[in-house]
Design a binder for this molecule. Structure first.
Ligand code: PLP
Length: 227
């Protein structure tokens, strides 16, 4: 059976999350998103069998193949960059984590309105200004919020960030608390549904949870190294 140690891995991850949440003291519930990128539909099935309902993919095309192959209900999360010409194909995602520009927000908004839908999204923030990653800088969040205000086809449910790879615990904590501040800023701008903090991957999820993460995106720690 593929991924047969997933249930045991999950038990350990959940314990670590619970302990981190207790240390952090933000009182939030934490949901695990099983990141199945590069794996086949069998990884999605294994996640579902282990009791997970949220699955993350970073490419639309790869996700569509798995959506077609898996018949059980899954909450699909798009966690990677979305090109504007792929927005139509992304309507099967229950949450798009990667709104990294106003132009993309407008395109997603327009497509949702055209099909009479409201697309749940997160605003991606880039706390330390890494060139290689997209997203709004902390200084841009307030102005972006004003622009997003009028877009009725999207439901802004919070923020997402990716921490620099191999960053020190101090930097990680700064990134994650900066992400939390960005979410709080959205709330102050009237986005009352902006509760989610999507942050934390296999290498840094415990610090993310200490800093208030509500969604952790876990691949390697659940499924093993990607080849
Ligand atoms: C791949 C990926 C993850 C999961 O990474 P792991 O280190 O394997 O847990 C999380 N978030 C994003 C945006 C990713 O692309």
């Amino acid at each position: 059976m593929p991924f047969q140690d997933l249930p045991d891995r999950l038990v350990e991850v959940r314990q670590r999350i619970d302990r981190a949440a207790a240390r952090g003291g933000h009182g939030q519930a934490v949901r695990i998103i099983a990141v199945t990128k590069t794996h086949g539909p069998d990884a999605v099935e294994a996640a579902l069998n282990a009791g997970l309902q949220d699955v993350g993919e970073n490419r639309v095309q790869e996700a569509l193949g798995k959506m077609a192959a898996v018949s059980s209900p899954v909450r699909w999360h798009l966690i990677g960059h979305l090109q504007r010409n792929k927005v139509k194909s992304a309507e099967g995602f229950s949450l798009i984590h990667s709104i990294d520009s106003l132009r993309l927000a407008e395109t997603v908004n327009a497509h949702a309105l055209s099909r009479g839908a409201v697309q749940p999204v997160l605003v991606q923030v880039n706390i330390v200004g890494e060139e290689s990653k997209g997203g709004f800088s902390p200084a841009e969040v307030s102005a972006a919020a004003d622009q997003l205000q009028g877009m009725r086809g999207i439901d802004v449910q919070g923020v997402m960030t990716m921490a620099p790879y191999d960053a020190s615990p101090d930097i990680l904590r700064r990134v994650f608390s900066g992400c939390r501040s960005a979410r709080d800023e959205l709330q102050r701008h009237g986005f009352s549904n902006a509760r989610e903090l999507s942050m934390g991957m296999s290498g840094d999820y415990e610090i993310a949870v200490e800093e208030g993460a509500t969604l952790v995106r876990l691949g390697t720690v659940l499924f093993g190294e990607r080849t």
